[in-house]
Design a binder for this molecule. Sequence first.
Ligand SMILES: N[C@@H](CCC(=O)N[C@@H](CS)C(=O)NCC(=O)O)C(=O)O
Length: 393
Amino acid sequence: MQEKALSYDIFVFHRSYFCGKMLAYLKYKGIPHTAIYGSLGEHGKEIYSNTGLRQMPVIKASNGQWMSDTTPMMDWFEERYSDVPVIPTDPVQRFLSYLMEDYADEWMWRPAIYYRWMYPGDRHMYKTLFAKEFVGGIWAAAKPLTWLGGKLIHRHQEQKFLYGDGMTEQNREHIESIYINTLQRLEVIFKHQDYLLGDRPSYADFGFFGSMFWHFGNDPTPNRIMQEQAPAVYEWVARMWNAKASRLSGSDLSVTATGKPKGWDPLLKDVCQSYLKYLSENAKAYENGQSTFDFDIDGYTYPQVHTSPYRVWCRERLQQKLFALSDTEQADVKNIIEPLGGWEFLTQDTHIQSNWDPEGIAPMCQPGKISLRYKLLAPFTGSNHVRSRRAWD
Ligand SMILES: N[C@@H](CCC(=O)N[C@@H](CS)C(=O)NCC(=O)O)C(=O)O
């Protein structure tokens, strides 16, 4: 099904993790779009009243439909703009790509936020930039307000994503190791091939692009680390940003082989041992009605990590995608991820439902009501990571 008659406005915040990812995808596929750069201060009300969310990117189609969340949006576009797919045709590679993309989205988030807000040079830059550009409004009006706005944003990020979300002085080195190890694993792959599955960008490339582009590849501290330790990753970042399907020949996603993609083993081990463990414990905490839980990984403890309903939904979607495979394909996936410890984490507790998208309409959105509470709190809140989809209603 092609919807070539539609065009899309994508609301984008420059330097945002998920915005860079979605923009690169639309550019690569040649899907007609206009990027509307701006802040939640400028666009938050319009976005919220049409989606019930205060986050970017969101997309408004020319038929008036609004969409959110990059992973289901990519799935939606893949169905409709299928001439140059980014999802591999081999079912096992396809599932592993879903897994890797989700991991890249959600597990790189913590180190990305960490590097932006924990090192003085990066933090200084973003306090001002966020006050002026992301929140905008009164916070951009005068220097003392920008200074105060920057301080409030820094505190908000720390409380919501760092010290308030399981980070301690002890586990900081573990957070850094997630970035450093991922760089090393990607470097090995990109030394020999242009993209994660060979010579074309794939679903998992767009997943990693989120953190690697406007966070790690641009923020001063992780940017320097990338340039020094992983020049092939740095090159891939630029290659991804300029990739255009129309310049590539043929119509299939070129894959190296069927089954487990070449060079993915160390990454898949991280996915299985860290992320699928986390997703499983997050889902259990959600089921038990806990707002936080303690998470142990690689000998480190993350105390009182926020339970994330959104990530319960991520796990549900992965389970749905896995169980949609034939028995033989599921067995092939099992053979790959069971020895790495991931199979049990993914397949146990399949009854845990997030109710994140109860009507099953994702990525389509429903309007939110602009209440007084919204108006008062909007400048200080926002992300979807710890709140349910329509929590403001
Ligand atoms: N699951 C969403 C996440 C979107 C998201 O978290 N966007 C961030 C910017 S990268 C945001 O708008 N945050 C709003 C805030 O923290 O106030 C996606 O894939 O698009």
